[in-house]
Design a protein around this ligand. Structure first.
Ligand SMILES: O=C(O)CCC(=O)C(=O)O
Ligand SMILES: [Fe+2]
Length: 346
């Protein structure tokens, strides 16, 4: 019997997580919520993405069994960029990591289509029925720290409805501090140690049975314990780089759109930015990154690594120069100047 987990409603007055939702993330390693993001933004993003990617029944889509070709931050679509820094997402990441928004950093924001296929062998990298995995190997240079000191929040924003397209994300709820599935070091996942990078479930598990039967048995129990996120359009899955999970097959012929994000603590510099990054985007003629910097709030800028008001980085010459760079695009230097005079450095 497949066990589905339904989303629970956030505190809609404050757009924050309830205590029970925070507890679920802290203890079980995930929580699925509804009501966090305004549905009109979700719909706008869905429209932008559906017109960007190949249609589900196209020849082009038939080639796409892996990742790649998605939108990444910063994209030419301003809505996507705004969603990546949405104050409600920043708010819950701050709640979960226990640091102010100015001490969060965005290290991943991408939006990709997944296409439903009939079952069949399409090679190691096939993305349809994923192997059970942890995400940390393609985010951090090290290994996640001890469970109670998380450094990052991982997020999936679903733009479709599981009832229409299938593809529920499967998650293995952590069962307390003695749960052997979550005992460190967590290395029984493809792409770590001597385990090759294999995405497809049946191919990955065949490799484990052949090469590490004991690990194959450990992993068999993970599949037995998985529960399925019954997401709706606009649901948000909050999880971690050290949460066991995987993508499951979509209904054949359908397309699912979802945005993946990571917010890390500023101090965790070993968690790398997943995409080409901000700097290359500042080379684009549409000046998407400069516009975003100019229009963002000081808090949103900090999440991109821009020094916060009051940071020791600032002196009045630097503020003048940055204002000269971005002023024509609408940058307001006042919050930076105000904090400078408070700290008496001016
Ligand atoms: O597609 C999903 O639901 C999860 C995807 C995933 O876990 C991954 O690609 O790492
Ligand atoms: Fe994953």
């Amino acid at each position: 019997m497949m066990k589905f987990v339904e989303p629970t409603l956030v505190d809609t007055d404050s757009s924050t997580l309830t205590d029970i939702q925070v507890e679920s993330w802290r203890e079980q390693g995930f929580v699925l919520v509804d009501g966090l993001l305004p549905i009109d933004i979700i719909c706008k993003l869905f429209d932008a993405a559906i017109s960007r990617f190949p249609a589900a029944d196209s020849d082009e889509a038939a080639e796409l069994n892996d990742f790649g070709g998605g939108m990444t931050f910063p994209d030419r679509n301003a809505n996507f960029n705004l969603m990546s820094l949405h104050p409600h997402l920043l708010g819950v990441a701050s709640q979960l990591l226990g640091v102010p928004v100015s001490e969060l950093r965005l290290s991943q924001s991408d939006l990709w289509p997944k296409y439903g296929r009939t079952s069949g062998d399409r090679g190691n990298l096939d993305n349809q029925d994923q192997r059970m995995h942890l995400d940390y190997p393609n985010h951090t240079l090290t290994h996640p720290p001890t469970w109670d000191q998380p450094e990052a929040v991982e997020i999936i924003v679903y733009l479709c409805d599981e009832a229409d397209v299938g593809g529920a994300t499967a998650v293995v709820p952590r069962e307390g501090q003695d749960d052997l599935a979550y005992a460190p070091p967590m290395v029984n996942t493809p792409g770590v140690s001597d385990v090759p990078w294999i995405n497809d479930r049946s191919r990955a598990e065949a490799w484990f049975r052949e090469n590490h039967p004991d690990v194959a048995e450990f992993r068999r129990r993970l599949y037995e314990r998985e529960v399925y996120a019954k997401y709706r359009q606009g649901s948000v899955l909050l999880y971690r780089h050290d949460t066991w999970h995987r993508g499951t097959p979509l209904h054949p012929g359908s397309i699912r759109l979802a945005q993946n994000l990571t917010f890390r603590k500023a101090e965790a510099t070993w968690i790398s930015t997943l995409h080409p990054g901000w700097a290359w985007a500042m080379y684009k003629p549409d000046r998407r990154m400069e516009r975003l910097i100019a229009e963002a709030t000081p808090e949103q800028r900090s999440v991109l690594g821009f020094p916060a008001p009051g940071d020791v980085y600032w002196d009045s010459d630097k503020i003048d120069a940055v204002e000269a760079r971005y002023g024509a695009l609408g940058f307001d230097a006042a919050p930076y100047r105000r904090q400078l005079s408070w700290t008496g450095l001016d």
